[in-house]
Design a binder for this molecule. Structure first.
Ligand code: DP6
Length: 321
């Protein structure tokens, strides 16, 4: 029995999904468009120690009491594998977990990649997408490099790179404003919004237009157009959250301060834009030639826990088997 190790990086959505159409299959209610990073890494090793009595998951050195969010992808792979021995999954993130930095996306993408190899299930790319989504709606995007489109038409999923990282080498500056775990998970938050926000229906109905404009901007490498639509889409999602009952508000004072700084930089003509997911962290996207300046502006901002600079990068991959 072989052991396999895979790595994957977080991806951040520029056009986001917020809401599920099918809870049991964990299917997003709308398409999304994201960028995969090349720093911040989740690493997962799957092995088969002789004395193991049941499938076991150790996350960041701590044995988990249940398989939780990874149960469904594990069950799916186990069912089609001919290997029936309990396995040990050891996952680590070299950045804060469950804090709005997409650790579940990179974690699950690395997990399904390592499991597919260790269990010798030889899934097709399409099957990998479907299994990853069982674990986390955004995880499929971390299987792919660069600019990634996750297209959802009813229950049909299609995920692919639409532009490679080196074809438009943007930089991402991640401003970490808190390292606490978020109080409401994305999954819970989406359900609350779907059932209570008066603007949820509009959010779903107008979403495809945002996807279309963003794809056009990426294909044309039009930074200004991409930034405009990404910021609008991000703010719309946070409005859906904030108009939910109870309101969901992930932002903290440093989040607001980061956004203000980005807007100030834009007024000076600096090519930057921001995006924020289900958490208080601000991700700033910029052209590489201004990233040093952006870093020095943000480094002077009080209240930030850390700043991580990244390029766009590769999808999930095996690094050892
Ligand atoms: C705001 O896909 O992480 O980041 O399926 O419960 O793991 P789960 O949710 P997840 O939610 C992502 C929400 C988002 C938007 C996005 O990434 O498109």
């Amino acid at each position: 029995m072989k052991s396999s190790t895979a790595i994957a990086h977080p991806n951040f959505a520029l056009i986001k999904y917020w809401g599920k159409s099918n809870i049991s299959g964990n299917i997003p209610a709308m398409s999304s468009l994201a960028i995969t990073l090349n720093t911040m890494t989740s690493e997962t090793t799957v092995s088969f120690p002789n004395n193991l009595e049941q499938d076991t998951w150790i996350l960041n050195g701590v044995e988990q009491t249940s398989l939780g969010q990874i149960q469904s992808p594990c069950d799916y792979l186990k069912k089609i594998s001919l290997i029936n021995q309990p396995y040990l999954i050891e996952s680590t993130n070299n950045f804060p977990t469950a804090a709005g930095l997409a650790s579940s996306a990179s974690g699950i993408a690395s997990l399904v990649t390592a499991l597919d190899s260790a269990l010798e299930t030889k899934l097709s790319s399409q099957q990998m997408v479907e299994v990853a989504i069982l674990g986390s709606g955004s995880a499929a995007r971390s299987l792919f490099s660069g600019f990634v489109h996750l297209e959802v038409i009813e229950d049909n999923l299609k995920c692919a790179t639409i532009l490679e990282a080196d074809e438009w080498p943007l930089n991402v500056i991640v401003c970490v404003t808190s390292t606490n775990r978020k109080t409401i998970s994305s999954r819970q938050g989406m359900e609350i919004s779907k059932t209570t926000s008066p603007i949820y229906k509009d959010w779903v109905n107008n979403h495809q237009e945002d996807i279309k404009l963003a794809i056009q901007a990426i294909e044309a490498k039009n930074f200004h157009q991409l930034g405009k639509i990404a910021e609008q889409n991000c703010l719309k999602m946070h409005k859906v959250m904030k108009t939910s009952q109870p309101p969901i508000d992930y932002w903290n004072p440093a989040t607001y301060a980061c956004v203000k700084n980005v807007k100030d930089m834009q007024k000076k003509g600096i090519p930057v834009f921001f995006t924020i997911d289900a958490g208080p962290q601000v991700k700033i996207i910029c052209e590489p030639d201004v990233s040093k300046d952006v870093m020095s502006v943000m480094e002077n901002l009080p209240g930030l826990k850390s700043i991580i600079k990244s390029n766009l990068g590769r999808g999930a991959r095996i690094i050892h088997e």
